[in-house]
Write a protein that binds this ligand. Structure first.
Ligand code: HEC
Length: 148
């Protein structure tokens, strides 16, 4: 008796589980075809970086903003780990949270940017000339270096 009841309960659950899977599969397909809402959320900004232009990276034709986005954005765009850390530092200095984004800073000089990139700074690993060529870094430093 007990055994039989247990078995049929098991079968019932198995049937529910199978049909449950089928239903949600169909839901997902419909949602994916229709696009949002129901699709995955959009990726955060630091995963939406500018693309690298094809061509010689030693004589780049890209502008500083796009180079910064591509080469530094994983850490220094919104939600990047560099942005998070620098936001804390800037708040501690009494500056507004927007200063966590390097692009908003008015106190960075081009020379300082270059030296941090090549030598690293605490939690920031140094970037080699393979990571960022000198030509790329010149443009990035000019873009960020609004300080005197
Ligand atoms: C792997 C992540 C990462 C990458 C890639 C990265 N940084 Fe950083 N950066 C950090 C972190 C983290 C800090 C904060 C370091 C600390 O104070 O501990 C930082 C700090 C800095 C600072 C110092 C800011 C200050 O207030 O003193 C500058 C300037 C800087 N980064 C520029 C760049 C540039 C330009 C690039 C691209 C060429 C770049 N970084 C790429 C993580 C990164």
């Amino acid at each position: 008796m007990m055994r039989k009841a247990g078995m049929s309960t098991l079968l019932l659950f198995a049937a529910l589980a199978v049909s449950g899977c089928k239903v949600s599969d169909t839901d997902n397909q419909t949602a994916a075809q229709a696009g949002p809402p129901g699709g995955p959320p959009p990726p955060p900004p630091h995963q939406m970086r500018a693309e690298m232009a094809p061509g010689d990276r030693l004589k780049t034709t890209m502008d500083g903003k796009d180079l910064f986005s591509n080469r530094c954005g994983a850490c220094h765009l919104d939600w990047g780990m560099g942005t998070n850390l620098i936001t804390k530092q800037q708040l501690a200095l009494g500056r507004p949270p927007a200063m966590g984004l390097l692009a908003n800073r008015d106190d960075l000089t081009a020379d300082y940017v270059k030296s941090v990139v090549r030598m690293g700074k605490n939690a920031m690993p140094r970037q080699t000339r393979v990571d960022v060529t000198d030509a790329e870094l010149d443009k990035i430093a000019a873009y960020l270096g609004k300080g005197k």
